[in-house]
Design a protein around this ligand. Structure first.
Ligand code: DC
Length: 237
């Protein structure tokens, strides 16, 4: 019975640069089509928060790699279903860290943590487990290339760094943050550089991914575009 249901569902991989709006799109698509949504970036952020709390990251962003790799088996990441706020919450060893992992300090430290091969290996395995029964929308950097190279629908989202910094600043301000546009812009550019140049699973568009430049599209237009792609990908199941 299960297999029949699974065969009617697909995996949707949404990759792109930081703050390209891919998480919002992915979450909305999952809600519209009744799929599970997984924010893979939240998993890298949760590991980063753990490392920061345990003194494994120096002020100049040197990571105590050996210590962090040794601690990996004791870092449990899970998600609590969306509550009244409609947002799925990330749990680190059972603790709700959803708002803590969005902090600028975590954003600044997440890139050096996400280049560590053992961290990637562990998180990729966990991400693949989430997709065992398909019916999943996952967003990140390497979902269409490494995590689910056979995903039936792959989307690569892009927008200019200026546009993305503006969006991120708005998001942070709405949460009561006190950062400047310049700080956010510098963080976006730096993360782009690290995400695209790292050795393991660098951010790049999968050959069979469809590109979405959402810089000039409204949220509704993006959703319409995505639903159309989704319907095409599921039409022949
Ligand atoms: O999507 P985000 O900005 O919340 O992701 C946080 C960081 O995690 C990002 O700087 C790069 C890293 N990341 C990654 O390396 N691979 C993924 N699949 C998702 C995120």
């Amino acid at each position: 019975m299960k297999e029949i249901n699974d065969s009617k569902k697909i995996i949707v991989a949404i990759d792109g640069f930081s703050s390209s709006g891919k998480s919002t799109m992915a979450r909305e698509l999952a809600a519209r089509v009744g799929y599970i949504y997984v924010d893979s970036g939240a998993m890298y952020r949760a590991v980063t928060l753990y490392a920061m709390r345990h003194g494994m990251i120096s002020p100049d962003r040197e990571v105590a790699t050996g210590k962090l790799v040794a601690a990996l088996p004791s870092i449990k990441i899970s998600f609590a279903p969306a509550g009244a706020d409609g947002v799925q919450h990330t749990l680190l060893n059972g603790e709700d860290v959803e708002s803590l992992i969005r902090d600028m300090k975590v954003s600044e430290n997440v890139s050096p943590v996400s280049v560590i091969p053992e961290v990637r290996e562990r998180l990729v395995a966990l991400q693949q487990e989430f997709g065992t029964h398909k019916g999943i929308v996952m967003d990140g950097r390497d979902i269409g290339t490494t995590v689910f190279p056979d995903a039936e629908l792959k989307v690569f989202v892009c927008a200019s760094p200026e546009e993305r910094a503006r969006r991120r600043l708005k998001e942070l301000n709405e949460k009561g943050g006190n950062v400047s546009y310049e700080e956010v812009y510098a963080n976006v550019v730096e993360r782009d550089r690290i995400d695209t140049s790292r050795e393991v699973s660098p951010l790049r568009k999968a050959e069979d991914a469809v590109e979405l430049d959402n810089g000039t599209m409204t949220r509704e237009e993006q959703m319409e575009w995505l639903l159309d792609r989704f319907n095409r990908a599921t039409a022949n199941l």
